[in-house]
Design a protein. Structure first.
Length: 227
């Protein structure tokens, strides 16, 4: 069942196009839905993250993170109630808000309509982060997270939200300290064809797809270390 879900996420197929080597598609979907609704995929993901950090000589619990968002186009299957238009990126679809650790491993994810601003989503996302990771005290971000959010994070959540700004004199592509880590994570996610566009009817399903994608990144990394 796990391999079947990972195959779907990696190759971007439809549920009904599940190869005959795997169980019948509706059984696989029922398995996916049960793991999504009961939080089992998150538990599976978080345990893998702890093992991946430990294998790299890090403490299982992070003390710092990087936050960012990615707008992606939505398929026709995405209802209008959970999609929106990102005026900056000119994208009609959804937005993935993530926080990663300093190694680029996913800490938390939230999917919204693309019209939701980074600051609005960050209030919810950072609150989840502070509730789950007690040792985490520092989060790096880009210029889209400036303003009252910095004070909110410090006073309410006891998180130091540090904005890494781009040099005004720089031109073209520039690698920015810390921010490149979360951009690399988005690159890892986009290798999963199911995430190249948002096809999911529900936002929690879209979040589960992101978690499944990251389990593949981490399990492959752990497998290489054992060789």
């Amino acid at each position: 069942m796990v391999d079947a879900v990972r195959f779907l996420v990696d190759n971007g197929i439809k549920w009904r196009a599940m190869p005959v080597d795997f169980p019948v598609w509706d059984r696989v979907y029922a398995f996916f839905r049960r793991w999504r609704d009961k939080g089992l995929v998150k538990e599976f993901h978080d345990r893998l993250r702890g093992r991946t950090r430990a294998a790299a000589g890090r403490d299982p619990e992070p003390t710092a993170g990087i936050i960012d968002a990615q707008s992606v186009k939505a398929a026709a299957s995405v209802p209008t109630s959970s999609r929106g238009f990102d005026g900056g990126k000119k994208i009609n679809g959804r937005k993935r808000h993530i926080v990663v650790d300093t190694a680029g491993l996913l800490l938390t994810v939230m999917v919204t309509g693309a019209n939701v601003t980074d600051r609005e989503a960050a209030q919810v996302l950072l609150a989840r982060l502070a509730e789950r990771f007690f040792l985490l005290r520092l989060v790096w971000a880009d210029g889209g997270y400036t303003g009252p959010l910095v004070d909110f994070a410090a006073k309410v959540l006891r998180l130091a939200l540090t904005v890494v700004k781009r040099n005004a004199d720089a031109s073209g592509f520039v690698v920015l300290p810390r921010r490149w880590v979360v951009e690399r994570t988005f690159g890892w996610l986009m290798r999963s064809r199911r995430l190249a566009r948002d096809y999911e009817g529900r936002t929690d399903t879209a979040e589960a797809m992101v978690l499944w994608s990251m389990t593949m990144v981490m399990s492959r990394r752990l497998a290489k270390r054992r060789r």
